[in-house]
Ligand binder design. Sequence first.
Ligand SMILES: CC(C)(COP(=O)(O)OP(=O)(O)OC[C@H]1O[C@@H](n2cnc3c(N)ncnc32)[C@H](O)[C@@H]1OP(=O)(O)O)[C@@H](O)C(=O)NCCC(=O)NCCS
Length: 159
Amino acid sequence: MAAAQPSIVYRPAQASDEAAIKALIRAVNINPMGLKWPRFLVAVAENGELIGCGQIKSHRDGSRELASIAVQRAWRRQGIAAEIIHRLLADEPPPVWLTCMDRLVPFYQQFGFVEVKGGDGRSLPLYFRFIRTIFKPIQKLSRIPGYLAIMVWPNEIGH
Ligand SMILES: CC(C)(COP(=O)(O)OP(=O)(O)OC[C@H]1O[C@@H](n2cnc3c(N)ncnc32)[C@H](O)[C@@H]1OP(=O)(O)O)[C@@H](O)C(=O)NCCC(=O)NCCS
């Protein structure tokens, strides 16, 4: 895995990062809900530009989700997302859940996440059961290719 550049600073977000976090999430076109800045870790370039972010969301059912992982296009494939994910997981007891489009399953497998397939639905926290249920009709209507994968770290299901 590419080593993250030493000139990049990784730090908890500040209120002043809020607009840049929202702009990055909008630019990469991922879930724009639940972007409260205090939960975010950000990657900042030498010139002060916010180039990557990620967060751990807590849900009402007690589950926690790795979410909003995004890196500006010009900064990709340099290990920035990997650094953000490692740092976020280092502070979290397992299990941590996530949702992603199926094409990103291999990406998250690198960090020890395993996909929870359909038959394991009963073992999903309520929030992720809900997401799976509402995503299906949305996907049909919008014709998004692929499917929404649910993954957990580490292998909570034991398969
Ligand atoms: C997915 C994303 C966050 C990866 O960021 P990144 O900083 O380029 O990732 P890294 O450089 O840390 O990659 C770590 C490893 O994953 C691999 N990888 C990166 N993107 C990948 C992808 N889309 N699919 C599979 N593997 C990928 C890299 O090759 C690297 O492995 P290597 O060093 O052995 O080659 C970035 O492409 C992005 O912002 N995409 C748009 C937003 C998005 O889809 N976020 C995920 C929401 S679930």
